[in-house]
Design a protein. Structure first.
Length: 130
């Protein structure tokens, strides 16, 4: 079972960094490796390519939005329908490719909170959460 306290090892040029999966906001292919953006306005660079992280983080809630970018769905703050962008918890806006747009909408709209709100439409939001 995977929890939010699960840590992964990320190989860099000079070390192996232990990072909590919940601290990862997104990955971006960068030169000969991958840049990992973390909470607290931190980032690290790994010599591994994005496909390496995509494979190893498959059990977690990550989604590849473009050929060179993968996001942590827990850090999505909103989806901008007109511009086809997601805004992440660090205020980064990332454009989604057309063929991935339908899939991310499905994933975001099928979240437990949306499902709960749809079932209890007659009740105010604050009563649903109580």
């Amino acid at each position: 079972m995977y929890t939010e306290n699960t840590a992964i090892s990320i190989p860099t040029q000079s070390s192996i960094e232990r990072i909590l999966v919940s601290d990862i906001i997104h990955f971006s292919q960068h030169e000969n490796g991958t840049r990992i953006f973390l909470t607290g306005a931190k980032s690290i660079e790994s010599y591994e390519n994005l496909a390496f992280f995509e494979k190893h983080l498959a059990p977690f809630n990550f989604f590849k939005v473009t050929k060179s970018t993968m996001i942590n769905l827990y850090h999505v703050r909103n989806f901008q329908k007109r511009s086809d962008k997601v805004c992440l918890s660090d205020s980064t806006e990332i454009e989604i490719t057309t063929k991935r747009k339908t899939e991310i909408k499905r994933m975001l709209f099928n979240s437990p909170l949306i499902g709960l709100a749809k079932k209890n439409v007659s009740q105010p939001f604050y009563k649903i959460m109580a």
